[in-house]
Ligand binder design. Structure first.
Ligand code: CUK
Ligand code: CUA
Length: 656
């Protein structure tokens, strides 16, 4: 489904649409259903609600009648919520929160054995993490285009990556390496999802050990991990993944080259001053220490070459990870540095892969680098010097095509299908549309307020769609009803096909602080309706060996372990009475044997902190120690049928 020109409704266009609305509104069905304050005409309705023609045009572009579906789905980071949010566009309806780094009660995510194990995979230094700071989702790609199969997300706080399978929108894997202590250049994928990129943000001794902060330049390091993705298995394969040691700059966002620049990886950095704070110890705070240099360094990595060096075994094992050390990197010519204006943030490869747009938070420009020039400089070994770690530095002037004067605090850039770029401008609270061809700003649209990332329809692929863009604003201030000092974020949908661009919709997002999102054509996704055959383990993506069939329900005792093989179907659990002794370990094996679409049950036992979501065909295992005697009702938590309240039973824990 190709996005076609929308919006930019002329006055007469609106009149036609309004006329259509009016005649619909006068239909007999409508008349009987409207009970309060009926407006006799749309004009009157507009007057009543104080709407302008632009408002009505915006409403008509986003309003989605019941049963109609959205053209795009946006996968947004849930920020500190640790969840991923799925949003329909243009309606901006939230369709799902997917539990990823954080227990999610509705989905029973983190409350049963299967999902509990997924969360446990993300343990760090033996400690289980129950939250995450999600920043950047990355949809899997084939030939540089989203293929709708997987989405990867990062947790900046705990240096973790998760894999969500889009055949059921469930988190299958969380992976982490103690090599690095935080990440930010994550997640980004190579054009055929061979690798998922994760680079560190805050330098630390590799492997997580202690070193005096005064030894920052000698002992602290950054690193980038290239996680190998096994598409067949739908999992990251740590045994074929490797890392590269990087200088102790603060590596920031990353992007993978595509088409012309395929096989290369670009990572920004700030704090090339290597300031490490110490305000009570007579040193400048990090924010000023890190803002002294006019230029920081773009890191340019030859991934193809690095992969060969890794395969040749020229690595060192640190925290279980094969790491190409800087010395080897320099010998092999895997890494080059290139100046980028003051405190850069976003690095965004253009759809043709020929250029990179980099914006500096403390610079008013977007700088357009030409990959061919960079490659030429590397091949000719034309350096202006080396940094103190021996990494060659390429000349800035010879690598760029030019700069575009964008405004105060440009951050992130997306693209459309007409050769335009869109850059979020944080301090100004605008989104600037500019021409890649002549590097001139075409227009700006105000957003509310403090925009971080922006996401355009397939706007970071080899073939962006144009049409829609969402500004992901950090502050909402006066946009919504007051809800106390903690405000939601504000997602604003913008029509970028119209001239001028038109702000269509404000969506408050009350969950963590989302950073990035990606917007994919909805028809590229084809998730399952039910798990088949019933008895499916949604983490292994295979039928569970403990799956229970109807008529095979049973309770088996092995010493102090009680195995309960249970089924759910509208509107009962079998068995409905479970007798155990205090101190027994209870193993619940529950299969929802339903195969009807949306016939989901839930299972909870009060006071035992147990909850599961039982989608049709899903199997869950729940293990707990019955450490309190008593009478514990269990029941279904989804209103599944007229006899839902009767879908209940008792766990009887007898005194031992
Ligand atoms: S960062 Cu948050 S606005 Cu983590 Cu991509 Cu730029
Ligand atoms: Cu099953 Cu309610």
């Amino acid at each position: 489904m190709r996005f076609t020109r929308m919006g930019a409704l002329s006055a007469s266009g609106i009149a036609v649409l309004l006329a259509a609305t009016v005649s619909m509104g006068c239909g007999p069905q409508q008349a009987t259903q409207v009970s309060q304050a009926p407006a006799s005409s749309t004009a009157e309705l507009m007057k009543q609600r104080g709407l302008t023609e632009a408002d009505v045009s915006a409403a008509l572009q986003t309003y989605t009648p019941t049963g109609k579906k959205d053209t795009y789905l946006t996968f947004a980071s849930g920020g500190h919520g640790g969840n991923m949010i799925v949003i329909g566009v243009p309606s901006m309806r939230i369709l799902k929160y997917v539990g990823v780094f954080t227990p999610e009660p509705w989905q029973g995510y983190g409350y049963g054995d299967q999902s509990g194990q997924v969360l446990k995979m993300g343990s760090r230094f033996g400690k289980e993490m129950t939250w995450g700071d999600m920043h950047h989702p990355a949809l899997s790609e084939t030939a540089g285009d989203y293929d709708g199969k997987f989405v990867f997300v990062n947790d900046k706080a705990n240096a973790r990556i998760a894999v969500v399978d889009l055949h059921d929108f469930v988190t299958k894997q969380i992976i982490t390496s103690q090599l690095i202590q935080s990440d930010h250049g994550a997640t980004f994928v190579t054009p055929n999802t061979e690798y998922v990129i994760e680079s560190s943000q805050y330098p630390a001794p590799l492997g997580g050990g202690y070193a005096p902060i005064e030894d920052f330049q000698e002992k602290y390091r950054g690193a980038v991990i290239f996680w190998k993705f096994d598409r067949e298995k739908g999992k990251i394969d740590p045994s074929n993944s490797f890392a590269m040691e990087l200088p102790p700059y603060m590596q920031d966002l990353a992007d993978a080259g595509k088409l012309a620049s395929e096989g290369w990886v670009f990572i920004n950095s700030f704090n090339t001053e290597m300031s490490y704070g110490g305000t009570l110890e007579g040193r400048p705070p990090m924010e000023s220490g890190a803002s002294q240099n006019d230029m920081d360094y773009l890191h340019i990595i030859d991934l193809k070459k690095a992969e060969a060096v890794y395969k040749a075994g020229k690595t060192k094992k640190i925290a279980g990870m094969d790491v190409i050390m800087l010395e080897t990197t320099n010998q092999e010519g895997l890494l080059h540095l290139l100046g980028e204006p003051k405190s850069p943030h976003g690095v965004d490869v253009t759809p043709d892969g020929k250029e990179l747009v980099i914006s500096g938070k403390l610079d008013t420009h977007g700088t357009v680098y030409v990959f061919e020039k960079i490659k030429g400089l590397i091949d000719a070994k034309k350096y202006i010097g080396k940094d103190q770690y021996g990494v060659p530095i390429l000349p800035f002037e010879d690598s760029i095509r030019g700069q575009v004067e964008i405004g105060l605090g440009p951050l992130h850039t997306q693209y459309d299908d007409k050769g335009n770029a869109y850059t979020s401008v944080f301090i100004e609270s605008t989104v600037a549309k500019w021409s890649l061809k002549d590097l001139k700003v075409i227009e700006k649209v105000k957003v509310h307020y403090n925009v971080g990332h922006i996401v355009a329809a397939e706007g970071d692929t080899v073939s962006p769609d144009g049409g829609y863009l969402i500004a992901m604003n950090k502050w909402a201030l006066d946009r919504f009803n007051k809800v106390g000092p903690l405000l939601p974020q504000n997602f604003q949908l913008i029509n970028i096909n119209s001239e001028p661009m038109q702000l269509l919709y404000d969506m408050p997002l009350p969950l963590g602080e989302p950073h990035y999102a990606q917007m994919i054509k909805a028809d590229k996704l084809d998730p399952v309706d039910v798990y088949k055959p019933a008895g499916f383990d949604v983490v292994t993506d295979k039928p569970s060996p403990d799956a229970v069939k109807a008529k095979e329900e049973r309770i088996e005792r092995e010493g102090k372990h009680v195995h309960v093989y249970m089924t759910s179907v509208r509107s009962h659990f079998t068995p409905d009475i479970v007798r155990v002794k205090k101190g027994d370990t209870v193993h619940l094996h529950i299969t929802n044997v339903e195969q009807a679409h949306d016939a989901t049950h839930g299972f909870t036992i009060g006071s035992y902190n147990v909850h599961s979501s039982l989608e049709p065909g899903k199997h869950v295992d729940i293990t707990f120690v019955a450490d309190r005697e008593g009478t514990f009702p269990f029941y279904c938590t989804e209103f599944c049928s007229a006899l839902h309240l009767e879908m209940a039973g008792y766990l009887l824990v007898e005194p031992s």
